[in-house]
Design a binder for this molecule. Structure first.
Ligand SMILES: [Zn+2]
Length: 356
């Protein structure tokens, strides 16, 4: 790769350059949702093992969970505090692990904009103190609005974020399925496919303002479903790239694209989507499963050691302290989550490709 990355959080044009290199070499980076320190550690360990940068993202619910459910989230204070605390932890730990990281937030519908406002305000403070924002990028998902409303709001946010070297991810069309309390499982099938002309309109609106990425829908769905329930049409991504390149006379693959609902996708469709300029691949359900499965296994196997504090099959007075310690099974979950993410780097053709 013709790029050398520094450990720590990547922002601004360094991120733009990284995305360009990913497109040139037809590889993408996994974007993993984290909710806890175990998830952060698992993600950083995966980046270290795969020798590639990783995208760590907080959803509104994930940020609130990170802060602890004891902190109210009625005015988004839980999600704001938790996302900031998690991000600060990532800044520190990324350097300790020696890996480059992109820090991002997941879907923010219009009602969640106060959460993003709080985070951008903190990034402005962070920029004054450290010359860089706290987050590399935020996503606004205003796909429920009209295209004009969606893009007008995105343009306002990008103006503010661009001053800090931040990238904006927008959504055009709707990602199907259900995630983090947003249920799109009942939407009209036609809405699950973005139109190339809409992507061109977004390009015209945002390209002169700052760096942005596009989550275009091509039938992708949050969650993992039985085969046959999801029809992916990655050619929509190709059509969008070609339309913008032709109409605006840009080089090939002018857009940095995002693949939502990556869990459970067929490898051939992943490879095809990446070849059309997908640089970010969201993975959540598969890593949730990777974390939970060994925890369930542990509880099943150790059942007789987890029924009381004293007394197990080895003796009525044997203490169970080491079996009860949550670190035992949380570490198993984190280890398996790392393995799943390393697999994702391989699936996305990013394994071992980078220098840092
Ligand atoms: Zn998504």
């Amino acid at each position: 790769m013709p790029i050398k990355l520094a450990p720590g959080v990547i922002t601004g044009n360094a991120l733009k350059d990284l995305n360009a290199v990913c497109k040139e070499y037809s590889c993408a980076l996994p974007a993993v949702n984290v909710i806890s320190s175990e998830g952060i550690g698992a993600a950083l360990a995966a980046a270290s093992e795969a020798k590639a940068p990783i995208i760590i993202q907080f959803s509104n619910g994930g940020g609130s969970f990170y802060a602890g459910k004891g902190l109210s989230n009625d005015k988004h204070q839980g999600a704001i505090a938790g996302s900031i605390a998690g991000a600060l932890s990532v800044h520190h730990l990324a350097k300790a692990y020696g890996v480059p990281v992109i820090l991002h937030t997941d879907h923010a519908a219009r009602k969640l904009l106060p959460w993003i406002d709080g985070l951008i305000s903190y990034s402005e403070l962070h920029y004054k103190q450290h010359g860089m924002p706290l987050f590399s990028s935020h996503m606004l998902d205003l796909s429920e609005d009209s295209l004009d409303d969606n893009l007008n709001t995105c343009a306002e946010y990008l103006e503010r974020m661009n001053k800090l070297g931040m990238t904006l991810e927008i959504e055009l069309g709707i990602t199907g399925g259900e995630e983090d309390g947003v249920d799109n499982s009942g939407v009209d099938h036609a809405d699950l496919y973005t139109k190339a002309v809409d992507v061109l309109q977004a390009y015209d609106k945002l390209n002169s303002i700052g760096n942005f990425t596009v989550a275009a829908s091509f039938g992708n769905t949050h969650g993992v479903y039985s085969p046959g329930n999801v029809t992916l049409k990655p050619e929509i991504l190709k059509e969008s790239q070609e339309l913008v390149a032709k109409e605006r006379g840009t080089k090939v693959k002018p857009l940095d694209l995002v693949f939502h609902g990556g869990s459970g996708s067929e490898q051939a469709k992943i490879t095809e989507a990446v070849s059309y300029g997908v640089v970010k691949f969201n993975i959540d359900t598969d890593t949730q499963w990777a974390f939970t499965e060994p925890v369930r296994q542990y509880i099943d196997e150790k059942r007789d050691y987890l029924m009381r504090q004293i007394g197990n099959p080895e003796g009525a007075e044997k203490p169970n302290k080491k079996h009860i310690d949550p670190r035992t099974y949380l570490a198993n979950g984190a280890k398996n989550m790392t393995a799943r993410l390393v697999q994702s780097f391989r699936d996305l053709n990013a394994y071992g490709k980078f220098e840092f």
